[in-house]
Design a binder for this molecule. Structure first.
Ligand code: ADP
Length: 392
């Protein structure tokens, strides 16, 4: 087993739990912590197997998932419910206890994140009505990036687009960038406040963050989670002129949305799959486009490391996390190849063995692999909010 650290919930009895709710546009993940019992419901709002009735909406999905969790853990008493919400805008800079007015502000933020926030809101509505006797806390994907300096969050649009329309870079995956940067500092035996770290969240979605002295200093995602690195099905950064060109060519908004968010990235380049494991197999069997997709993917991450190291005026460690970052030793090697001039030396044996520390003893910059644990951090932050409010 890899020796990676994970989250622990302090002060929670064996028969107590925090319920973490992570609602996606057509899925719902729920987990009890610290027990780690979990349920994942997919294809919400679609027909069931064989065209039969499926799960109608997030409300029904929540009730089904809760019933399953109660079967799995009948004697557990719920202390609180922590909700993952993608977009907190500029309003929510940290986790918050949910009441009707908070729920209303989250609803207003749907405007900024129409693809992502409505699901989080639906999860909150369902959970607050089914579990009205426990406190609910919202934990925002954007919150850790609230510390971005102006130079990082402003776009090149006229300033009024920021002041009047809220158009700026917000950054996402903040909960996990926060979590793995803390874990990395712990593994190095250092304080996060004295380190310059680059955290690479490489899952289906992918983002990089510069965590300087404990705060998010820049990040690759922007106004939406479409920006930055190449992803499973998303383009990441691309010349905005291409969008104008496609619009002029007659593509509709909906078609563009599908193209940029769902048909591009690893899937679009390979013409095969958004799953890195499939691409590895195909590339090993000689598939040129699968190999090309992986090469572009690694190149974009490498360039981002260079950019963020320059932005922070230095670098102490690079941290890999997410399904690809944690499990694909070859991608770590491809990304970091030739970066010894920057002080990054990968130890091939450690890398293949899947250790937490995968750099050589002489590497000036440490390279670490840390397991993503959004749920663990959401549970921790939920309890912290309640303790601060005197409610737990
Ligand atoms: P999400 O962003 O949906 O939470 P994950 O963090 O689970 O996604 O990452 C999913 C990605 O991780 C997929 O591309 C999958 O192929 C990749 N992955 C998982 N295990 C491995 C592995 N052993 N080797 C390479 N890629 C892997």
């Amino acid at each position: 087993m890899p020796d990676r650290a994970s989250t622990v919930l302090r002060g929670v009895a064996e028969d107590e739990a925090v319920l973490v709710v992570n609602a996606g546009s057509s899925s719902l993940k729920m987990q009890l912590l610290p027990q780690r019992q979990h349920v994942h419901i997919e294809r919400i709002g679609e027909s069931g197997p064989g065209g039969g009735p499926g799960v109608a909406d997030h409300g029904e999905a929540f009730r089904i998932a809760l019933a399953r969790l109660r079967e799995q853990a009948p004697s557990v008493r719920l202390l609180a419910c922590g909700h993952r919400v993608v977009h907190g805008g500029e309003h929510f800079r940290e986790p918050v206890l949910i009441d009707d007015s908070v729920q209303e502000v989250i609803r207003q933020l749907n405007r900024l994140a129409p693809l992502h926030n409505p699901a989080g809101l639906a999860g909150i509505e369902a959970a607050r009505s089914e579990l009205s006797d426990i406190p609910h806390v919202a934990v925002f994907d954007t919150a850790f990036h609230a510390s971005l300096p102006e130079q990082a969050y402003l776009t090149g649009l006229p300033y009024e687009y920021y002041t009047d329309h809220g158009i700026r870079n917000y950054g996402f995956h903040g909960t996990n960038h926060d979590h793995v940067s803390r874990q990395a500092a712990g593994l190095l035996g250092r304080h996060r406040d004295e380190l310059s770290l680059i955290t690479l969240h490489l899952g289906n979605g992918a983002s990089a963050a510069a965590v300087k002295h404990g705060r998010s200093f820049d990040t690759s995602m922007g106004f939406t989670p479409l920006a930055g690195l190449l992803m499973g099905t998303r383009t990441g950064d691309l010349d905005p002129g291409i969008i104008l060109h496609l619009l002029a060519d007659g593509k509709s908004l909906l078609e563009l949305d599908q193209l940029l968010n769902r048909q591009s990235g690893l899937k679009g380049l390979s013409g095969r799959s958004n799953d890195m494991r499939d691409l590895r197999r195909a590339a090993a069997a000689g598939d040129r486009r699968a190999r090309l997709a992986i090469t572009v993917y690694a190149y974009r991450v490498k360039k981002e490391i260079g950019a963020l190291a320059a932005a922070m005026d230095g670098l102490d460690a690079v941290v890999f996390t997410g399904g690809i970052g944690e499990n694909d030793a070859a991608i770590r090697e491809e990304i970091l190849q030739g970066m010894d001039w920057l002080g990054i030396e990968l130890d091939n044996e450690r890398n293949l063995a899947g250790n937490s520390l995968v750099s050589t003893a002489t590497s000036r910059v440490a390279v670490l692999v840390v397991k993503a644990d959004e749920e663990g951090l959401i549970a921790e932050q939920t309890l912290a909010v309640l303790r601060a409010a005197g409610a737990a």
